[in-house]
Design a binder for this molecule. Structure first.
Ligand SMILES: Cc1cc2nc3c(=O)[nH]c(=O)nc-3n(C[C@H](O)[C@H](O)[C@H](O)COP(=O)(O)O)c2cc1C
Length: 197
């Protein structure tokens, strides 16, 4: 089982990437293999020129093809997802996301652009063949703080929504009856009031 994370923010200290890393951390704790990709993994020139036949684009397509699930994060830029992420998606094959579970994540300065994932990113993912797009996670800047080291302080509400989406994703990619990280699940059960520790 292989999961790819794709961070669509150009910012070195990125809130959306911090949420993505948190999701990846949870999945790792469940024994799932995670491969991470960001805008900086593809040379800027190749991105801007849409260098489809370049080595970086080829490697990108191979990593996407190998993934069972793809988590994609983006900042909201001008009421939609980032141009950098679009440049990456433009290097993919026409139906690159067919058969994959996709979880979109976004952060924005304002709650007003909460629906940017729905009207901006999801139609593009759908055009790339994705038919199983999970409910996205959107957070505002006030809800996610990132320090100098890139470590995130995430509001509980966002953390719970993210963990819930990761649960949905795990259900889709883990074979039925698979044993996930026991300590993690016991902790979640306790948090949900299932029992006290
Ligand atoms: C060029 C630019 C455009 C932006 N446009 C919007 C916007 O239209 N709506 C919004 O809510 N936030 C907007 N923002 C704020 C970012 O979406 C927000 O700070 C986000 O959390 C940044 O994510 P990142 O830290 O992962 O890069 C914009 C920021 C920049 C730099």
């Amino acid at each position: 089982m292989s999961i790819l994370t794709l961070a669509g923010s150009p910012a070195p200290r990125s809130r959306s990437s911090a949420l993505l890393r948190h999701a990846a951390q949870i999945l790792r704790s469940r024994g799932l293999g995670i491969s991470e990709l960001g805008l900086r993994d593809i040379p800027a020139e190749e991105l801007i020129e849409g260098h489809y036949t370049g080595a970086a684009a080829g490697a990108l397509r191979a990593r996407v093809a190998a993934a069972d699930a793809v988590l994609i994060s983006t900042p909201v830029y001008k009421a939609s997802f980032s141009g950098g992420l679009k440049a990456v998606l433009d290097l993919l094959d026409e139906k690159a996301l067919a058969g994959k579970v996709v979880l979109p994540i976004a952060t924005g300065g304002s709650p007003a652009h909460l629906l940017a994932l729905e009207y901006g990113l999801k139609p593009v993912l759908s055009a790339l063949g994705a038919r199983h797009i999970l409910a996205g996670v959107y957070a505002t800047d006030k809800q996610v703080r990132v320090d100098e080291q890139g470590l995130a302080d995430i509001d509980d509400d966002v953390r719970l929504r993210l963990e819930d989406s990761v649960d949905r994703l795990s259900e889709q990619v883990l074979p039925r009856g698979a044993v996930v990280n026991e300590a993690y699940d016991l902790g979640r059960l306790a948090l949900a009031g299932g029992f006290s520790v």
